[in-house]
Design a protein. Sequence first.
Length: 143
Amino acid sequence: MFKVVANSPVSLESMWGSFGALGAGVLGPKLGEHIAVAIANRNLCEYRLAAHAALGKNARVSEKDISEAQVGRSTGAKTAAALSFVLKVVSDRAQITADNVRALHNVGFTDGEVVEIMAHIALDLFKNYINVALCSATIRMTS
């Protein structure tokens, strides 16, 4: 993935900047990994799904929680609400309603955290699309 993205230095810089910024965000690495596996599973991105399953272990997310997150489920109300929102945004191409955002507020997410969830979605979609579209065996890109 990095080799493909490196074909565009500005894209690589953007991706690295997003990694750093979101890594220091308030949502934390566990929720970030939950979001990543849910989006990878929805986009049929096996590479990113496997990568984030491994990264989830580093963030102390259990295999069971990773499996549940893949299909948008969690035993924690806050994580479950976030995953439901994430999959709604991805599936419906961001055509969400005030009720969708209110559901996040109802479990304790702030407006800033909602925006941070959207930033995670954007980065994960970019990573998935690079892998699915450009890192496949049928497309050869080298830098």
